[in-house]
Design a protein around this ligand. Structure first.
Ligand code: NAP
Length: 247
């Protein structure tokens, strides 16, 4: 499905990003895993190569433009093209709003929102001359729910949805598709650290599908948004939460 495509996935050393990288590699793409933890991303890329896939890794802090630029340049020099960008890297520490520091607010915006300003501005110059490209931004179902202690996170993830809409309008004339996914509660390493098990149980009961969702559930929708199967769609959000909310 992704033969000859070059894909870049941020935050891919573990969790949802790693699931996306695995599925894309299994679907024939050459995948680059960008992550704060370079050795862990390389370990993941090596596992893909060991089973016959094509993958590489870059240590990269998505909130630091120069590290994103170094990775994008390296990939473009090697392949002469970039077809798919998955903006997945994100953090989600919880904090009551009145106790939130300015530094915590800024860090959240830098990693979860401003990062996609950097990645898109650096990758699009490669997609525009190709007259093709697929960008998928990972937001969150929390944007529709507004849970407590996540004001900084939900503000950033709402920004991701708004950004997706504007960028899709500006990129339509270049045949570049920009879409978004809002995952629900997905079982990942990060979620295990940040979520309360009782809350997860409650969410599972409220989902139409009473089961845990895994990175593969998000990766499959990401694959759809990265192939010609979704060529008629841009500027949209797909909510993947097991039927938790409906909008
Ligand atoms: P995760 O398990 O914590 O994995 C996130 C990965 O991103 C980690 O490898 C992490 O590296 C990396 N990362 C963090 N900050 C980075 C930075 N500045 N630059 C580059 N890489 C960075 O998270 P996840 O649960 O898979 O979540 C992935 C995305 O889905 C996030 O955007 C999150 O907001 C969104 N999401 C998740 C859920 C869920 O239930 N899991 C629900 C809705 C939305 P380190 O470990 O080295 O920090």
């Amino acid at each position: 499905m992704l033969q000859d495509k070059v894909a870049l996935v941020t935050g891919a050393a573990m969790g949802i990003g790693a699931g996306i990288a695995d599925l894309f590699a299994d679907s024939g793409a050459t995948v680059y895993l960008l992550d704060l933890d370079g050795p862990k991303a390389e370990e993941r890329a090596a596992a893909i190569r060991a089973r016959g896939g094509k993958a590489g890794a870059f240590a990269c802090d998505v909130s630091k433009r120069e590290t994103v630029a170094a990775a994008v340049d390296g990939i473009a020099r090697r392949h002469g093209r970039i077809d798919i960008l998955i903006n997945n890297a994100g953090i989600y520490p919880r904090r009551v709003f009145m106790e939130m520091t300015e530094q915590e607010w800024d860090q959240m915006q830098d990693i979860n929102l401003k990062s996609i300003f950097h990645t898109c501005q650096l990758v699009l110059p490669h997609m525009i001359p190709q007259r093709s490209g697929k960008i998928v931004n990972i937001s969150s179902v929390t944007f529709f729910m507004g849970p407590q202690k996540l004001a900084h996170y939900v503000a950033a993830k709402g920004g991701v949805i708004g950004f997706t809409r504007v960028l899709s309008r500006e990129m339509g004339e270049h045949n570049i598709h920009v879409n978004c996914i809002t995952p629900g509660a997905i079982k990942t390493e990060g979620e295990i650290v940040h979520a309360n098990p009782a809350d997860i149980e409650d969410i599972m009961q409220r989902q139409c599908l009473h089961r845990r969702l895994f990175p593969l559930d998000i990766a499959q929708v990401c694959l759809f948004l990265s192939t010609p199967m979704s060529d008629g769609m841009t500027g949209q959000n797909l909510n993947v939460d097991g039927g938790l909310i409906m909008y």
